[in-house]
Design a protein around this ligand. Sequence first.
Ligand code: HPA
Length: 253
Amino acid sequence: MIERDDDIALAVIGGTGLYKLAALEDVQTIEGGTIYGMPSGPLRVGRFAGRRLAFLARHGEGHSVPPHRINYRANLQRLKDLGVRRVLAINAVGGITEAYGPRVVACPDQIIDYTWGRISTICEEPGTEVLHVDFGDPYTESLRRDLLAAAQRSRVAMVAGGCYGATQGPRLETKAEIARMRRDGCDLVGMTGMPEAGLAREMGLNYACLAIVANWAAGCGDAAEITLEEVLANVEAATASLPGLLDALLRGA
Ligand code: HPA
């Protein structure tokens, strides 16, 4: 059992459709909880591109935890306890504006949080220090820059920027909700971007999002309805470029 591993170059949190990293070698499984309870599942720590990498499936490896039930604090704390400092969050999303069609891979730079009733801070327990962390730029700019540079080196087309609107789920949105989000300035919609990004900031973790567009959001495309088959097929197609991208990210950083 590894207590702490200061050599871990990066942790990847996999979202819908990404429950393991097949290219991870010499994988060790790390179980165990945190002061905030249990994470969604075990950490898988192994070698990738000559570096140490940790992987966690956000919804559990069998996708058994819905977005509003994820223990976001435990997931991030488990990574932090292990010694992780940089987290790449992979999120399947719906596309709202023109540049963000199905199978597009994007690195958003802003967030609007529409979620409710989730524990969204580590300043919850009595006696803990109240933090008012700066969150004007919700993602770590240096990690975003590294990711965009890695995309260029590995020839993965990636849209730089965009606003991620985080919704409560687990149902998808109405057309009117998406129309409002578009007016608000959202380019993407997903259910797991918050409170994860805010908690990462409170915990002092470097954190960036790799958004994979799985479908046009409600009312944005021609499809009569959004199906799970469509979502999973598009995520699978878009994640084919992930090993090359991660390789470039780990070798470049
Ligand atoms: N809405 C919210 N979350 C999502 C979507 C969507 O259309 N697609 C994938 N995750």
